[in-house]
Design a protein around this ligand. Sequence first.
Ligand code: ATP
Length: 909
Amino acid sequence: MKQDMQSQPFEKLWHQLTSEESLSELDSDKHGLDSETVEQRLQQFGANHLPRAKGRSAIVRLLAQMHNLLIYVLLGAAFLTALLGHWIDFWVILAVVILNTLIGFVQEGKAEKALDAIKDMLAPHATVIRNGHRLRIEADKLVPGDVVVLEPGDKVPADLRLFSAKGLQIQEAVLTGESVAVEKHPQPVASDAVLGDRLCMAYSGTLVTSGQGHGVVVATGAHTEIGRISGMISDIENLTTPLLQQISVFSRWLTLVIMVIAALVFAYGYWLNQTPAIEMFMIVVGVAVAGIPEGLPAILTITLAIGVQRMASRNAIIRRLPAVETLGAVSIICSDKTGTLTRNEMTVSAVVSSANTYSISGVGYSPAGEITLQEQAVELEQQPTLTMLLRCAALCNDSTLKRRDDDWLAEGDPMEAAMLTAALKADFTLEELKQFYPRRDVIPFDTAHRFMATLHHDHQGHDFIAVKGAPEKLIELCQLQRTDNGDEPVDQSFWHAQIEKIAAEGQRVLAVATKTVAQHSGELQFADLDQGLVLLGLIGLIDPPREEAITAVSECHKAGIQVKMITGDHAATASAIAAKLGLRYTDTVLTGHELTQLSDAELQHAVNQTDVFARTAPEHKLRLVSALQANGHVVAMTGDGVNDAPALKRADVGIAMGHGGTEAAKEAAEMVLADDNFASIAKAVREGRTVYDNLKKAILFLLPINGGESLSIIVAVMAGMTLPITPLQILWINMVSSIALALSLAFEPGEKNAMHRQPRQRDEKMLSSFLVWRITFVSLLFVIGVYGMFLWTQSQGASLEQSRTYAVNTLVVMEVFYLFNVRCLSSASWSIKQWFTSYIVFLSIGLVIILQLIFTYAPFMNTLFETTPISLGHGMEIIAVGIVMYLILEIEKWLRRSITKKYQTGTAN
Ligand code: ATP
């Protein structure tokens, strides 16, 4: 690298230099850097990422935990008790506040960490040329001087000086605010050109919308234009979803209502019952602590974070948190075929020329296999058309094959790699092929035109074009077909019949064509293909369905979720694969062309009974999502290309491919599939349903306990009776035992029937009538249990401390049994197997039992909380109350289930 580069690496006016000058300034060339230089520059210039905005410091996070109304009330109470010299109360309140804050702090820290880890999984990638080889690397490993390849959908990974551009258009809105993409070219521009006019530069963070280009990295990390503007990325996403927001608004309202009730209770007790103000104040604190579901938002957040983490471990990476909830409501999954439903491990199995059908044996990318004609191995010299076809397929190709021990690995498009394998089976030497027929130009593959073309010359001064692409497209473009005896007019009906035949077996069909050109200018144009293209033949490729996708499709069907295949492939191939996968309606296939002929209303009707959409372009996907949504469905849709972004944005859950997807698709998506596998979508839906259930369970668990406790106090005050549980004891139960138990619900695995029920309605309310009923019913059971035990022991002559200790323990035991009811929302929780699906529940229960034993038997706790030890016999009575509660609730569930079933069969009849 030049001397001045080292001292001031990023300060040149690169746009004013020619591309050659830029490359030489950076001590690089078109073949890229070697590994040693990269290593050394990485040390020198650092990683290519913007400095991360610092997260909140631990102290700030800790203080934020204390920023809530209940804590203020408690601190106020602590202050007052201190003023009055009630030191025990003071210390208990303070200790509980500290304990609760610490629990919240640790939980939130865990949740944030989980999400950070997921963000790292989404680190952007870049395609570079190093040591003359094309590689895909993590974008933060780029260094100045690296040669980067740009393709549609890529996010430019660093500031680049372009040295080649073909139809390269880049959208630079992040830098210039201009949303129309600009066409780039490698020629230098004036030194005073503003950013938007520097057409030979590609800036980090901007988006390639079409074309191809190569550029050399001139600035990385904070030295890029975007780095200078924004300084750092603040990527801290709020840990929230619509449901969580609803709940936190609900909690705030509930807090307000409880404060009002507390004030009324105070007024009632003080003025009407003549209870001393100090005593009433402590009671009111008790009402507040009992009623306000303070721990709920924190528990919901951790439930969500754990769900996101679980999904990531199953290869579904959530980019936007609300998707976790939406996933549980998905009623239609629209999936790409190639690579998602199929394995994308392609093998050429047949070649059809105008005269012959050849078979090719072997599996995978290994070149073991042979080409046969009527079961006889062929001599290639006697098959000029076949030879030309395989040569063109290998030349019109951007993939490479790599041998690792006995394994052959494909790099690039698997379909192209399969063609290289076929060429190897015909004994071509790929390196030689490239040297004999160097490539001069290319029209890259694009889903819009569905073919790829390359221009080559040999060393005898002949130029020719090799084309491969969708067969209908190529038949349309070709006027001639090749035979071993020369060219003749193309026989369209013959070829269409052959295509149908191969496709009906579920094989992917590609056509290959060529054209000899006299002394080409060097720049390949679409117009070059207008005249004189000769069809060489068809290639049939096997791409088997993924076994796990077949299982996942059937699981989705059971879960009331329809699966639709939206593919760019041929209708017959798509339909055959769809049948193998077990999709419902595979006989009718709607093609992209037919789709454009339908009005919105017709399409809305057609989508109901069609599961296979073939030869579609990205804009069709958008119409399909809209039609399905108009039918009231919640739609998940997969996509990979830059043009899929609008459909992904429109879908309720946009899903981008992690391997094969572009950065543009990933950015538009709510979720990224790390393994591009359909089965992972089904798993994510199951996880989505589980998270939603767990959120519901946490609410259903905590609210009745709060309800029961506050009701007990209010009833006592109203009736002028002694409190069955003191405010300090309530503080203990709510902020220690309840939280420990509720937290275990966040870790609950999915219920057995999670994928056996219909998807949730999009607008289903969390606080449904069912939930409101359960909360009320269970609250009453708690009041009866606690009060019953208190009054009964009082009548047996127990002291006030003893009765209260019974009451507190009864409440906690009821909580433990209630936890088992709640773990199965609607199904019976009898099954012992079901009990042991999560060991965390038992950890929490174990912890709570130990805490309760300390609470009851440790002398210092007896002093602090005014408790007394109880006998084993009475302990048994308490457990009996818990069991009765458990049974009542199971009977209630059973009754509900029977009534719903009767109602359903009634309406079905
Ligand atoms: P899916 O949409 O399910 O991923 P697909 O890969 O068939 O399926 P596209 O990528 O849109 O969808 O491809 C459409 C068609 O274009 C293919 O069926 C094939 O005929 C042709 N094609 C795909 N890739 C190439 C390529 N690299 N070169 C030439 N033609 C191609």
